[in-house]
Design a protein around this ligand. Structure first.
Ligand code: G3P
Length: 219
């Protein structure tokens, strides 16, 4: 499974890079607004330290302007994936941008029907929002399962990018299902490391090691 980091915070991305778990980055207008910095500068900065796909979302809602914005965003760096919403205009734009070999991440997906359309439009990635479906009492992870089945049925090359990930269980469930990617907030990435038995075991090892009076690096 590929891990994309779901943030526009450069410092958080820089801090995570040494882990080797930054296969890409996803941003959206809300994540950009949260940073309070220029969109283009932010995307160029992220692309200068991350070689994998970096999603940058259009703000227009009509196809012609989405095309202009998408081509501009793609011009910022070779690894930009243009994010478009799952609307009629968004999928028209997806189709056209893909014809120009521009990576497209179709976002705000909440149904298998929408995901089927995105794959037929040639999307590079589909972003089903797991957490937001949970928020309205649905089982968001089931959507990931349905999409993986549908895409496998027809050999679609669109990668399933589990998004709106809120918990470590979301990550594990997406991996069990076979999602290609999970875009994970930094907080959840760090939570993936944690287990109480690891902490307890490490403390016991170090307490016992201290009793030996030895130091590995002492000559
Ligand atoms: O990539 C989409 C993600 O940022 C949305 O997450 O928690 O706002 O639903 P959330």
């Amino acid at each position: 499974m590929k891990f994309f980091v779901d943030t526009a915070d450069i410092k958080q991305i820089e801090d995570l890079i040494p882990t080797g778990f930054v296969d890409g980055v996803t941003t959206n207008p809300s994540l950009i607004a949260k940073q309070g910095k220029d969109l283009s500068d932010t995307i160029k900065s992220i692309c200068s330290i991350v070689s994998g796909p970096v999603s940058a979302e259009v703000a227009a809602t009509d196809h012609p302007t989405m095309m202009e914005e998408g081509k501009y965003l793609a011009s910022l760096a070779k690894n930009v994936a243009v994010k478009v919403p799952l609307t009629v205009e968004g999928l028209k734009t997806c189709k056209k941008l893909r014809e120009q070999q521009i990576m497209v991440n179709v976002t705000l997906c909440f149904s298998a029907a929408q995901a089927l359309l995105a794959a037929k439009a040639g999307a590079s990635f589909i972003s089903p929002f797991v957490g937001r479906l949970d928020d309205i009492g649905e089982k968001g992870i089931s959507l990931i399962e349905d999409i993986v089945i549908i895409y496998e049925n027809y050999g679609f090359e669109t990668e399933v990018l589990a998004a709106s990930i809120r918990t470590t269980q979301h990550v594990i469930d997406a991996a069990l299902i076979g999602a290609h990617v999970a875009t994970v907030p930094p907080k959840v990435i760090y939570e993936l490391y944690n287990h109480e038995l690891t902490d307890k075991g490490l403390k016991a090892f170090l307490d016992d090691w201290a009793k030996t009076g030895q130091s590995i690096l002492s000559k």
